[in-house]
Design a binder for this molecule. Structure first.
Ligand SMILES: *Cc1c(COP(=O)(O)O)cnc(C)c1O
Length: 348
C-alpha cells in the first residue's frame, strides 16, 4: 500500500519535531533543568489511579491563579504548552504568524492542522523587525501571532515596545509564550491581560524542573479561555501530573531557588564562552546560551564523541549551537570538551 496517497496534502511535506534520545554523559540539548524535585512526588501515593483525573483541574488552576494573581477563569492547563499551541490553532485557525528563528512547534502545528504559517525574520540583533512584522500583519491579517519572549533559540527577550506595536496592530490574538520568563530579569507581561483585549500568555513548568510532567498554562481573558476550552480533550492533564504540579505551585520558593542557581551559573558560563577563542556567545535571559562557532556541525559531533550533547541548530542558524545551562560540573565538562573541539584542526 502506498501510504503517501492517503495522507492529507499538508502532512506529505510535514517534518515532525525532531526529538530523539541520544545516549550521552552530559545532556545539555533540551533546555531541561538539571535540578529535579523528588520530594514533590510524595502526593502521588494518594492518587486514585482507577479514576479519571479532575477534568477541570480545579486544584491546579486555583494554585496557578493564586501564583499569578489572576482569576481562576483565566487559567487553562494543558499537557505541556505544546498542547495549548495546538488547541489555539484548532480554535482560531490561521494564518499563524511568528518571527524566525523561533520555537519550531508554531510552524509545525500550523502545517499539521492545514493552516497557513507566515514566518518573518528577526532583525540582526534577534529583536522583532517591527517594520516587516507590521507589514506582514497588515498583509496576512493573522488570527494568531506567536511571540516567544525570551525567545528560543536566541535567548533574548523582545523589546516590550515592539511587542506592544504588534499587539496594537493585530486584529487577531497575540500569544506571548513566556516559557523562559522565570530565567529573565523581568516579571513578564501578564499585566497586559488587563490592558489589551487580544493578548494571551503561555507559561510552562517544563523548563523549571518538571519537563516530565507535561504541564503548561494558557493565561488569558475569560472569552479566549472559554473558546479554547471547547476543543480541549476531556482529561488532558493526567492526575499524576496534576498532583505533582500542585505541589510545585505550592512550594514555588524552592523552584525559584533552583532557577536562581541556574541564572548565576548562566552568567559564569557566558563569561567562559566569551573567553574561549573561536566562540561567540549571545546574551541570554533564558536557561540556555546560543553561541557561534566555525563549523558548528563538526563541533557538535566532536562534543558528542566526548559524551556531551548540545543542540545543533541546522541551516536556520548556520554556525550556531545551543547549550542548556547545567550544573556547575556539567558546564565544566562541556567547556573542557568545547575548548578541545574548537582547538582541533579542521574544525575552525
Ligand atoms: C520548550 C518550549 C515550549 C514547550 O513547553 P512544554 O510545556 O514542554 O510543551 C514552549 N515554548 C517554548 C518557546 C519552548 O522553548
Amino acid at each position: 500500500m502506498n501510504i503517501d496517497r492517503l495522507l492529507r496534502k499538508n502532512i506529505r511535506s510535514l517534518r515532525g519535531y525532531s526529538a530523539r534520545e541520544i545516549p550521552c554523559r552530559v545532556k545539555l540539548d533540551a533546555n531541561e533543568s538539571p535540578y529535579g524535585f523528588p520530594s514533590f512526588l510524595e502526593p502521588l501515593s494518594r492518587v486514585r489511579t482507577n479514576q479519571y483525573p479532575d477534568p477541570e483541574a480545579r486544584e491546579l488552576r486555583r494554585w496557578a491563579a493564586r501564583r499569578w494573581r489572576v482569576r481562576i477563569g483565566r487559567i487553562l492547563p494543558g499537557n505541556g504548552s505544546d498542547e495549548l499551541i495546538s488547541y489555539l490553532i484548532t480554535t482560531f485557525g490561521g494564518p499563524v504568524l511568528f518571527p524566525v528563528p523561533t520555537f519550531s512547534m508554531y510552524g509545525i502545528t500550523a502545517q499539521a492542522l492545514g493552516e497557513e504559517a507566515v514566518a518573518v525574520p528577526l532583525d540582526d540583533t534577534f529583536d522583532l523587525d517591527t517594520e516587516r512584522m507590521l507589514r506582514a500583519v497588515r498583509k496576512h491579517r493573522p488570527k494568531l501571532v506567536f511571540l516567544s519572549s525570551p525567545n528560543n533559540p536566541t535567548g533574548n527577550s523582545f523589546s516590550t515596545e515592539r511587542i506592544l506595536g504588534i499587539v496594537r496592530a493585530s486584529r487577531g490574538i497575540v500569544v506571548i509564550d513566556e516559557a523562559y520568563q522565570p530565567f529573565s530579569g523581568s516579571g513578564g507581561l501578564l499585566r497586559l491581560l488587563d490592558e489589551s483585549e487580544n493578548v494571551t500568555i503561555m507559561r510552562t513548568l517544563s523548563k523549571v524542573g518538571f519537563a516530565a510532567l507535561r504541564v503548561g498554562f494558557l493565561i488569558g481573558r475569560e472569552d479566549v479561555i472559554e473558546a479554547v476550552n471547547r476543543v480541549r480533550l476531556p482529561f488532558n492533564v493526567s492526575a499524576l501530573s496534576q498532583a505533582v504540579a500542585v505541589e510545585a505551585m505550592k512550594n514555588f520558593s524552592e523552584v525559584r531557588k533552583a532557577v536562581g542557581m541556574i541564572r548565576r551559573e548562566r552568567e559564569t558560563l557566558f563569561r567562559e564562552l566569551q573567553g574561549t577563542g573561536g566562540v561567540t556567545p549571545y546574551p541570554s535571559e533564558a536557561n540556555f546560551i546560543l553561541f557561534k562557532v566555525g563549523n558548528a556541525h563538526a563541533v557538535h559531533e566532536r562534543l558528542l564523541s566526548k559524551g556531551v550533547l548540545v543542540r545543533y541548530m541546522g541551516p536556520a542558524l548556520k554556525d550556531c549551537l545551543r547549550v542548556t545551562v547545567g550544573t556547575p560540573e556539567d558546564n565544566r565538562i562541556f567547556l573542557d570538551a568545547l575548548r578541545d573541539a574548537v582547538a582541533t584542526r579542521g574544525v575552525r
